[in-house]
Design a protein around this ligand. Structure first.
Ligand code: SF4
Length: 210
């Protein structure tokens, strides 16, 4: 049974009066967005990548340098590490997951996006969720957790737990791959070991939909 929490979702729009009808429409607007100052320093808007018809969406914080240069999410060292973890459970962006971020433009020096930047960008993420209707949403790292759950408790305390998400989705906080790279131990109860357990739990849930 997922934990319930105060809703931070803004899905008042009915399908009939949704601003965006397709993902391509959202992407087109996002690619020419200048709603916040992150537009001044970005190289590329990083909208999202993966299988949009899949049942899992992974949400991270925002693009870093490699992502800004390529226009793709999670493609640097940490992203490749995340891919490896997901692939242990046969989950990949080529096959069955869609990956995006809270903010679509890189914050300078990889700082955490401000509340104003996250709020400005939120309509694109909400549109992605509303159009995709994932059954499982992975909140990768503390910024994604804060934005989607509004909880202040550390991610290490709530990782691996299910929370109620929009459109009956189940959301699970997952440790960020940058943190895993800094903690290389694979011993029982280490961050990497715990993350593997979490991804196995996610896979079990995914399989229940097949
Ligand atoms: S971060 Fe989001 S709101 Fe800000 S300019 Fe980029 S796309 Fe627009």
């Amino acid at each position: 049974m997922p934990n319930s929490q105060q809703s931070l979702f803004n899905f008042d729009n009915t399908d009939e009066n949704l601003r965006f009808k397709t993902l391509e429409e959202v992407k087109k607007v996002c690619n020419y967005c200048y709603k916040c100052d992150l537009s001044k320093t970005r190289t590329n808007v990083v909208f999202g990548e993966g299988v949009f018809s899949s049942k899992i969406m992974l949400i991270g914080e925002g693009p870093g340098q490699n992502e800004d240069e390529t226009g793709k999410p999670f493609v640097g060292k940490a992203g490749k590490f995340l891919d490896k973890f997901l692939e242990t459970q046969d989950i990949s962006r080529e096959k069955n997951i869609y990956i995006c971020n809270i903010v679509k433009c890189r914050p300078p020096e990889n700082r955490v996006p401000t509340n104003e930047e996250m709020a400005a960008c939120r309509e694109y993420l909400d549109a992605q969720i509303q159009l995709m209707r994932p059954k499982i949403i992975i909140l990768c790292g503390s910024t994604a957790v804060k934005a989607m759950l509004g909880v202040k408790s550390g991610i290490t305390k709530i990782r691996g737990q299910w929370f109620e998400g929009p459109f009956d989705a189940k959301m699970m906080p997952l440790l960020h791959p940058s943190y895993l790279l800094r903690n290389q131990s694979k011993a029982v109860d280490s961050p990497q070991w715990l993350t593997l357990q979490d991804i196995q739990k996610i896979k079990k849930e995914l399989d229940s939909f097949n």
